[in-house]
Design a binder for this molecule. Structure first.
Ligand SMILES: [Zn+2]
Length: 265
């Protein structure tokens, strides 16, 4: 049983207006996983809590046990991640990271690794030297790992043989790579790999690199835009399949990129 009043450290993942002046707030905490709480009167101009409950804010909260939802009675910002807030593109990416975590995190289940990863990613996103696309792909693989959906990139998901540097296949249904032999000669036995598609070797190499290296190494990754786009496509297919839905922020990022592209013409 939780106490009637309790404190949590949290990152604000999502906010939804509720009633006249309230807001439902979805939070990620290190010890209690995802939580959904209510902040009363927070949309009134006089509210002292509202500034501490902005999206992506790392905050310290005092909560009171409610009948259904617990009530946020006090909020104090630990880090507002100001460097990323003056750039619409980076805000778009932060929104994507938060939505990804919101969809994959479980309510009430401790996941400190995921919490720490999001905290670090928001800080890195504010650094001007960070390529937000590289960070997004790196973060996707980390979230999948912490949520138990780590794609298999080193051994064939069907026969377990080590993947050779040749033209292999990737299946989101099967959860990773398949060697050409399994796909070409044993297709009938591959019940859960109907979606298997060729994965170019450089795309597979980038995915492996992102999955196994630390950010301090990954941040200097330099590959062609075309390869990164293919990596993004594979990841998006994988994530959409496992979530069984599309993410709203993906569309937003797409629009931002299209606008940027037009602006650079
Ligand atoms: Zn195989």
């Amino acid at each position: 049983m939780r106490e009637r009043l309790y404190r949590v450290e949290a990152i604000v993942l999502k906010r939804t207006d509720y009633g006249e002046a309230d807001r439902l707030v979805t939070l990620l905490t290190p010890n209690l996983g995802k939580l959904r709480e209510i902040a009363k009167g927070v949309r009134k101009p006089t509210s002292r809590k509202s500034g501490h409950l902005e999206l992506f804010t790392h905050t310290h909260l005092l909560l009171a046990k409610g009948k259904q939802l617990d009530i946020i009675t006090q909020a104090d910002t630990l880090d507002a991640f100001l460097p990323l807030r003056n750039n619409l593109e980076r805000i778009g990416y932060a929104y994507y990271l938060a939505e990804l975590v919101d969809k994959f995190a479980e309510e009430g289940t401790e996941n400190r690794a995921l919490f720490d990863e999001l905290l670090r990613a928001l800080a890195w996103l504010g650094e001007t030297t960070t390529d937000p696309d590289v960070l997004a792909r790196f973060f996707e693989l980390r979230v999948l790992q912490y949520a138990g959906y780590r794609p298999q990139l080193f051994n064939c998901v069907h026969c377990g043989k080590s993947i050779e540097p040749t033209e292999n296949y990737f299946s989101v249904e099967a959860g990773g790579v398949l060697d050409p032999e399994c796909v070409q000669t044993r297709r009938a036995q591959l019940e859960h790999a109907h979606d298997a598609q060729v994965i170019p070797l450089d795309v597979l190499k980038v995915l492996r690199y992102l999955q196994t290296r630390e950010w301090a190494t990954v941040r200097d990754l330099c590959v062609s835009g075309e390869t990164m786009l293919q990596v993004e496509t594979v990841m998006l297919r994988y994530i959409t399949y496992h979530l069984e839905r599309n993410l709203k922020s993906v569309e937003f990022l797409r629009e931002l990129k299209a606008r940027k592209y037009v602006a650079n013409e």
